[in-house]
Ligand binder design. Sequence first.
Ligand SMILES: Cc1cc2nc3c(=O)[nH]c(=O)nc-3n(C[C@H](O)[C@H](O)[C@H](O)COP(=O)(O)O)c2cc1C
Length: 463
Amino acid sequence: MSTTHDPAAPRLHLAAFLNAGPQGTAGWRHPDAGDGFLTAAHYTHIARVLEDAGFDLAFVPDSLAVPRSLGGSYAPAVTWGTGTPRLDPVPVITLMAAATRHLGVAATVSTGYQEPFHVARGMATLDHLLDGRAGWNVVTSFQDAEAQNFGQDRLLERQARYARAEEFLEVTARLWDSWGDEAIVGDKESGVFGRPEAVEALDHRGEHFAVRGPLSVPRPPQGYPVIIQAGASPAGRDFAARWADVVFCSHESLESAVAFYADVKARAAARGRDPDQLKILPAATTVVGTDLRDALAKHEAFTELVHPEAGLSRLAYHVDVDLTRYDLDGPLPALDEVGVEGHYREVVEFAAREKLSVREIGRWYGARTEGNMIGSASDIADTMELWLDSGAADGFMIQASHVPTAFDEFAAHVVPELRRRGLVRTDYAGATLRENLGLARPERGEWRNRAASTATAPAGERP
Ligand SMILES: Cc1cc2nc3c(=O)[nH]c(=O)nc-3n(C[C@H](O)[C@H](O)[C@H](O)COP(=O)(O)O)c2cc1C
């Protein structure tokens, strides 16, 4: 057990997973759940609670459609509140950052349906306005319903999605690098605003994008905003090992978490990166009680809120497969092309262990909150410490079964115990999200070390 406390480099990093909408299929109907998810006050309250508790960052997931996975209709998703509604994450995190001074904030933005210039510009703007507290959760999207909102009949296949994402990241990073850190002079005396020799065009012509550049926003304070990724397939892990500063994941057991952690860190090392510069944060949904019995009773009451069809709707949404095609009382057949590979792996592991039918999996999945940690504050701290010491985590992405109360309870009960053990900061030492996460600021040109192609870039066009 660790007994020292270094506020500059806490051993356990904390991120919060917060929907910009109702929290989960059953979470919104919890008696203590607030219904303010369309109001600013809801998000600013949570941001302040997280900052007081020393969280590194709050992260908002996203999807660009009302899910249509169950029976091909959006009706089940609307009926049960499955992955819908969702506010645009960028204004939500901007509000949260404006209400705090240190908390990092990250928005999910897909590489599937915008141009890199849009995202590079938006993220650079955010990072400037938030004094280096911005993060980007890079997703490739996983539902046909999303593709259908952008002129496509079907989602691209996984390899094609990652190929596009790869070029997207390379162009985005080059756009951030198109301004040198010293490009703005602002010399009122001479009237010289900036140094054109420190600003470089890209002249990128690739398979998916043609971008001349330079960007219209100077290099972000963090160099690159913190890049987050949650892919679990081999292609997703490789992508994360190259580009991500933070990896989110969820696991059905400590063993699979240890294997994933070792695999992703090894992939990063194979790319010549310092594995410690990539932080892996598995999901943890904490249910805290006065003791284990009390916490289990709370969890049981939560489980009672789940309608089995709501659970099936959630599972169909995550794997993006219409489960009504299968015998609901038979086992889950092997699925070839699934939406979120990480969630599918957990389902397969659990269903095989418990020998469940599709219908039973649905019931379990609806109540399931990722990475359940149930018990007293001290039980939960013990589990977190075990995961840290076992090489399964650099911290956790805390998911709340219901909001804002479960975050309030985590902050009030679990965080003091983690601080007592010297695992969580009592104050913020860093000025930026990168510094608080213990991550180096990328030098200009870092994209060359990250990009899958090792080809050197052609010299940029000068003005
Ligand atoms: C914990 C976690 C959170 C995720 N959040 C999102 C999200 O907000 N939006 C999204 O489109 N995909 C999300 N995903 C999906 C992944 O980012 C990834 O795009 C998807 O799993 C497909 O890649 P893969 O096949 O490599 O896993 C999440 C996945 C996990 C495991």
